[in-house]
Design a protein around this ligand. Structure first.
Ligand code: GLN
Length: 276
């Protein structure tokens, strides 16, 4: 018979040893999401005794986490731009820095007619769904190729009132015409793929690996989709922090104008934009 606060202390110590970044925070998230316990700080100091099956569930999850399995997959959901998205093996976990990509698109269209947007390599759909929710009247299509990720995209769309259209297809095969092409494509280089943080190795390689120099998707999307973007429309990519110059060059070589790089909240190059 173990009290919540004892379980909290034991697992927090084990996470510290295992090199988990924010041990207390992660245990607290598990207590909330796996066991449905109320908020911090009461949660972590709770004298409540865990039921046998709660204890088992919590310690099984803690063991997976110690082995490097991502917290987000364990709890099965994560927040992005203030909304909840379902995640699990087979789909990239939404990253906070990707909110900058959404903010950039929102700003560009803040004073215009509701735009028609396509999100390529959509994954969980966090970008497409955020844009649809934040830009009233926008017509947003999310494109995802892989079964596992498409399943999460569909479930997240259902969770958010089916606010986007979903297309199961290849981001490199354009269709239709849009005011905006937005994408957080795979952009990790071959070398970086060999040096990934343990947690990231559990995420789908298809969502990470961008070819030997990490730039394959930027080259193909910029070229293939150009004639599918309306004059004055926007192309916006998330990039790896060392790829700003290279992606700017790809956009200008493909005839986009007013190209620019934006920095994320950590001061790293994170978004590249161009205008058709
Ligand atoms: N930002 C992700 C990471 O390294 C990569 C996502 C991507 O390739 N689009 O953790």
């Amino acid at each position: 018979m173990m009290k919540v606060k004892e379980a909290f202390e034991i697992i927090t110590k084990r996470f510290e040893k295992a090199g988990v970044d924010s041990p207390a925070f992660e245990v607290s998230v598990m207590l909330e999401d796996l066991l449905g316990l109320p908020k911090m700080p009461e949660r972590t100091a709770s004298e409540t005794v865990l039921a046998a099956e709660q204890e088992e569930k919590l310690f099984a999850a803690a063991k997976k986490r110690e082995e490097g399995f991502p917290l987000q997959y364990i709890v099965g959901n994560w927040e992005f731009f203030g909304r909840k998205f379902l995640v699990g093996e087979g789909v990239l976990i939404p990253r906070p820095e990707t909110e900058l990509l959404c903010e950039t698109v929102l700003k560009y269209f803040s004073r215009s007619m509701p735009p028609k947007i396509v999100d390529l390599c959509s994954g969980s759909g966090c970008i497409a769904i955020t844009l649809a929710k934040e830009l009233s009247g926008a017509d947003v299509t999310a494109v995802e190729l892989y079964d596992g990720a498409f399943e999460f995209l569909s479930r997240n769309n259902a969770l958010h009132e089916n606010c986007v259209k979903t297309v199961k297809g290849d981001a490199l095969e354009p269709f239709g015409t849009f005011d905006c092409v937005v994408s957080n494509p795979p952009y990790i280089t071959a070398k970086e793929m060999t040096e990934l943080q343990k947690e990231v190795t559990f995420e789908p390689e298809t969502a990470l690996f961008g070819g030997s120099d990490g730039l394959d998707f930027y080259r193909a999307i910029a070229k293939n989709w150009r004639s599918h973007i309306n004059e004055g429309g926007l192309i916006a990519f998330e990039i790896g922090d060392t790829q700003g110059e290279a992606v700017l060059k790809i956009l200008s070589e493909n005839g986009y104008r007013s190209c620019g790089v934006l920095k994320d909240y950590e001061g790293r190059d994170r978004v590249v934009t161009g205008i058709r």
